[in-house]
Design a protein around this ligand. Sequence first.
Ligand code: SF4
Length: 341
Amino acid sequence: MTPLVEVTDLRKSFPIHRGFLSRVTGHVQAVDGVSFKIGRAETLGLVGESGCGKTTAGRTLLKLLEPTGGTIKVDGQDITDLDREAMLPFRKRMQMIHQDPYASLNPRMSAGDIVAEPLIIHGEASTRAERREKVAALFQRVGLRSRLMDSYPHEFSGGQRQRIGIARALALGPSLIVGDEPVSALDVSIRAQIINLMMDLQDEFHLSYLFVSHDLAVVEHISHRVAVMYLGRIVEMTDKRTLFEAPLHPYTEALLSAAPVARSRARQRERIILTGDVPSPINPPPGCHFHTRCRYAFNRCNTEAPPLREVAPGHLAACHLHDAGVKVPLARPAGVAALAG
Ligand code: SF4
C-alpha cells in the first residue's frame, strides 16, 4: 500500500549572509538528506536535541519552506516542485500544530474566526451561518464549549489555546498533521490531555502525524515509529518499542540514558554523559557527524559518513559499528576497544 507520505533525500539549507553587500559566505545545512515514510493513521515521532533540524524537516515536508533537494510525495504524487496554486489541494490535506499556543494565535481575532479562517481561504463554507456551524462542531470535538467562539485568545488557558490550534488544523479535514513540539509550552498536567486528544482524533479521522519533539517520554507515548535526528540527518529509525528497549545507535543510546521516564521504564542503563556541544551545522564534522561526541568512535568514523541502512528487520541505523558486527547497546563492547585508535 502506498504510504501517505514518502520523503526521499530531503535537503534544506539556508544561506549565510555577511558584510556590507550581504554576500553569501556559506550555508547552514539544516536538513541533510532525510528519508522516511508515514503510513495512514500512523505517528512518526521525530526526536533530537534542539537545533538538530527536526522542526525544519517538518516545515519543509509541508512546503512552508522550499526544499533545497530531494522529493516529497503525498499519496504517491510528487509535490516537491508544485507552485502555490498547484499546492492548494495538498495544503488542505497537510496541516500544522505549532509549539507555542500563545504566539501562534492572532490576538486580534476571536477564537471562532481563527478556526474559520482556513474555511474561508479554501472556500469551504459560503455563508457565515454555515461557518459558525462548522466551527461550533470543531470546538466541541476538541473539548471547547461552542459559546467560547466569540472569546479572544487571551481569555483562554494554554491548554485551551492549543485546542483552538488543533481545531484550526482539523477544519479542512486533513490527512497529515505535523505537530511541532505541540505540548512543550504547556504545563505538565495539561500535556497528557492534549496528547490523548490527538490520539483520539487520530483514531476518529485516521490522521497521520509527524510528531516533532525533544521530549522522549511524550514521543514514546504517542508514536508508532520513531526517527532520531542528529545535525540534519536521521541516525536511527524503527518502531517505538524496539527503539526504546534496544537502540542500535550510540546517540540514541545516550539520549535514552538521560531520559528519566525511559530510564525508569527500561532496564537500568548506565547514564551516558555526552561531552562537548552539538557541532555547528554551518561547519559539521566530516565523516560521522556524531564522532566528536561518540564514546565508540574509531578511525573510520572521522572520514566516512555511515549510511542509514537496515541493520535488523525494520530497524535502520547509521553507524559503522554495525559493519563491524558490534552490538550497541549498552556497555562499551570489547570489540570496540579493538577497533578504536
Ligand atoms: Fe559513533 Fe562511529 Fe557509529 Fe558514528 S559511526 S555513531 S562515531 S561509532
